[in-house]
Write a protein that binds this ligand. Structure first.
Ligand code: PLP
Length: 361
């Protein structure tokens, strides 16, 4: 059945080896592998949980962690909730996540109360915002960070496990030695003030891994959280390919339902497209147009790159993707399938759409 997301398990496994070589062997960090982009796919989670170089499985949704917590236990790893817990999910967070990222005292108090009820110690990583302006206590409010750390440390059922930051998400701020050093300095102050050693200083996501190569990752950073890096083989700060990884571990395959020669410019008064946008057309004369049975409900057309390099994506509506196959060497016909390499946004939607099959190779 099509459309399908093709998941190459061996390539994903060796991508994890390759990013572990950078982050762990050379960078001296431990490694969280992030499962959210594939919606915590069970087979992939199984592979990650049994991979000897993975230390933590992390996700932003507790429902995903709940699905694979048995695998995490069996593999001897720990599970991490990376999105700040919602007040409505505190009981599940304590039950299924070993560690959660936090920035709000009221939430941590609720975690303490629930952990006491469940007779557990829940681990907390305190998030610091270094300027990307998503989650975390703002780095300039050092007093607030130190006070929060002290209060958390004093809680009987909460372990202050570490500190962390997230960059290149909302503000697209690139991790550098200077901003990550601010986190490290704050972590050191917390350690001195409380007389403890933090078990984790988490220095970001796939946009931080490039710093290892440049020799600029501060020594104090002891953890990286990697999603896109192992899925697509990218550093996400500058979009470079990471050494030893491949970019085609995940592919999409979709089927042609119409193939006709038509003009490249629509005829009639131009309004807005299916999503209320004013479309842009390039006049290519009469072209061979293939319509595929996949659309914006299943994928992100801008993240779909035909493996046949002589094919161009012209556009998409909810359920249709339109290609120009005029220049291809292949004689496409109705029923043929077309394969694509993918960007992160396309993988995310393909994995999320219930209309997309998954094939594991
Ligand atoms: C999604 C996410 C990650 C992983 O990001 P990648 O760019 O895929 O490596 C890491 N940390 C947090 C907090 C996240 O939300």
């Amino acid at each position: 059945m099509y459309p399908k997301l093709i998941i190459d398990m061996k390539k994903l496994y060796s991508n994890i080896d390759a990013v572990a070589e950078i982050a762990k062997t050379r960078g001296g960090c431990d490694m969280m592998i992030v499962t959210k982009c594939l919606c915590a796919d069970r087979k992939v989670a199984e592979m990650i949980a049994s991979h000897p170089r993975v230390d933590y499985l992390a996700d932003s949704r507790i429902s995903n962690i709940k699905k694979y917590q048995d695998l995490v236990r069996a593999g001897g790893k720990q599970s991490v909730l990376m999105r700040l817990p919602q007040m409505s999910e505190i009981a599940d967070v304590v039950e299924y996540a070993d560690i959660s990222f936090n920035s709000e005292m009221v939430t941590i108090e609720a975690l303490q109360e629930e952990a006491a009820r469940q007779g557990k110690i829940h681990k907390v990583v305190l998030m610091v915002d270094l300027g990307d302006l998503r989650e975390g206590i703002f780095f300039e409010n050092e007093e607030e960070i130190l006070e929060t750390a002290a209060k958390v440390h004093a809680m009987p059922n909460i372990e202050l496990f570490g500190m962390g930051t997230n960059l290149t998400c909302y503000g697209a701020i690139i991790p550098k030695n200077d901003n990550l050093s601010v986190l490290c300095a704050i972590a050191e102050k917390v350690e001195q003030k409380l007389g403890i050693t933090l078990k984790m200083v988490s220095g970001g996501n796939s946009s931080s891994i490039y710093l290892v190569d440049k020799g600029e990752l501060p020594d104090k950073i002891s953890n990286l959280r990697l999603g896109e890096a192992f899925l697509l083989g990218n550093d996400t700060a500058y979009g470079e390919d990471l050494p030893g990884t491949v970019g085609d571990a995940l592919l999409c395959e979709a089927q042609i339902v119409e193939l006709k020669t038509k003009p490249s410019l629509p005829i009639g008064e131009v309004g807005v497209d299916a999503f209320g946008q004013k479309p842009y057309y390039e006049d290519r004369g009469r072209i061979k147009r293939a319509i595929l049975a996949i659309g914006q409900q299943d994928t992100d057309r801008d993240g779909m790159h035909p493996m046949d390099e002589k094919v161009d994506v012209l556009g998409a509506s909810s359920d249709h993707l339109i290609l120009d196959v005029t220049k291809s060497d292949r004689e496409y016909k109705v029923g043929d399938t077309v394969r694509f390499t993918l960007d992160y946004g396309a993988v995310l939607r393909l994995a999320t759409s219930e209309y997309v099959e998954r094939e594991y190779i």
